[in-house]
Design a protein around this ligand. Structure first.
Ligand code: SF4
Length: 409
């Protein structure tokens, strides 16, 4: 597993695999072949099908500004290795200098075919939850100490930076009204939800209001191209910050402890990233929102003072009940179902922790087992349920006048 610095990335939305990953890869390519005068990029698979809505061409165009360049959407090529595949070509005076085949594997991470040296080294020797837990028990340390033992000395400082960025995004999202860019003309709702507290509101309603307004705040910022932290992706960036912000404000937990819980969530996200996938194009929304929910549940349990077994239980429960969740963004925008889904997952994360308090310590299904199941389920999902906008809600909404309120109006 790589450093948590490879999991949590501060960047702009709306998509880590469709904007952040391609942006970084094209930047590196451009800086490697400085003598190039012209570039061509061909997008395949999910990048070709939803790249417009996810702003892939826009972000690549920004990187290549000042150079002659061409961006082509090729929806027909079969992606054998990863659904987020693209080729980049560099030319000098119309002569091809070099080309890379790039896979944007999720969370802003990319791989270049045949150039493994570009990959960031794996610094954790434990490969799954069972090994991490065994290591913690043997050394009698908690998950935060485990992270500190492996990472560089500045990891806590880094996690503080991540936490500050997450809080700033929530505050920014809660302060804004207006329309999210795109054909759907969605109203921003975070501020609205947050401010409409009723006099006779009970605890349960208050909890729903706070968690969902915080999640909406980040997700709306993401959809508008604002600054967010991948946790583990842009599309699912609202879940973890919402739960942590809620715990801080409602449970009075200090920033120091919250930062430690980010390490706990990071370990869970890293294990899923390494043993399965955090890419909606590869394994559906279970890989994005399911992972975010699992990370948030683990962090929440840590903040509630639960032991490592119960942290596992909550993370497992959170993922288990997202199994099979499809990715079907309408018009390819990270808006519907994405924004609301972040709110639902934030609530489920807290519920999973509460359930872990009530259940027996040793449940039948381990976190490693559910992660493996998620990956296999994702591979079994037909491609139109994996970030192509060709199935599910995307298909129903765009092709059926009866259901489409926009068409009716
Ligand atoms: S449906 Fe889920 S995986 Fe797909 S774009 Fe939206 S948040 Fe990402």
């Amino acid at each position: 597993m790589q450093s948590l610095k490879e999991l949590y990335k501060i960047g702009v939305g709306p998509s880590s695999s469709h904007t952040m990953g391609p942006k970084k890869a094209v930047e590196l390519f451009k800086n490697t072949y400085k003598n190039a005068t012209k570039f061509k990029v061909i997008l395949y698979g999910s990048l070709a099908l939803t790249g417009k809505g996810h702003l892939t061409d826009y972000i690549i165009g920004k990187v290549l500004e000042g150079y002659e360049h061409e961006i082509i959407f090729d929806e027909n090529m079969k992606c054998e290795v990863h659904p987020n595949t693209f080729d980049i070509f560099a030319y000098k005076n119309d002569e091809l200098i070099e080309s890379w085949r790039v896979y944007s594997v999720g969370g802003g991470t990319f791989k270049v075919e045949g150039k493994e040296t570009i990959e960031v080294p794996h610094i954790y020797k434990e490969k799954n939850w069972a090994e991490v837990m065994a290591c913690c028990k043997e050394k009698n340390i908690d998950l935060y100490d485990y992270v500190c033992e492996v990472e560089d000395e500045d990891i806590t400082e880094f996690l503080y930076e991540i936490w500050n960025s997450m809080q700033n995004t929530i505050k920014s999202g809660l302060s804004k009204t207006g329309i999210v860019p795109g054909r759907l003309k969605l109203q921003r709702r975070a501020k609205l939800i947050y401010e409409k507290i009723l006099d006779n509101e009970n605890d349960s309603l208050r909890r729903t209001r706070l968690l969902s307004s915080y999640a909406y705040a980040t997700s709306e910022e993401n959809s508008c191209g604002g600054t967010i932290v991948t946790a583990p992706t842009c599309g699912a960036s609202g879940v973890l910050p919402a739960v942590l912000y809620y715990m801080k404000n409602e449970y009075g937990i200090d920033d120091n402890k919250i930062v430690k819980s980010l390490a706990v969530a990071g370990v869970i996200g890293n294990i899923i990233k390494n043993n399965a996938s955090i890419s909606g194009a590869e394994c559906g929304c279970q890989a994005e929102i399911g992972t975010a929910c699992s990370m948030a549940a683990g962090a929440c349990s840590y903040l509630l003072g639960l032991d490592i077994e119960r942290i596992e239980n909550s993370a497992e429960t959170a993922m288990e009940h997202h199994l099979g969740l499809t990715c079907d963004p309408i018009y390819g925008y990270v808006q519907i179902p994405c924004i609301e889904r972040n709110a639902a997952a934030a609530m489920r994360a807290v519920d999973s922790s509460m359930l872990a308090i009530m259940l027996e310590q040793h449940t039948k299904v381990s976190l490693d087992m559910v992660i493996e199941t998620m990956y296999e389920t994702g591979k079994d999902l037909q491609s139109h349920y994996r970030e192509t906008s060709e199935g599910g809600l995307a298909k129903k909404y765009c092709r059926n006048k009866y259901y489409n309120r926009e068409m009716k109006e």
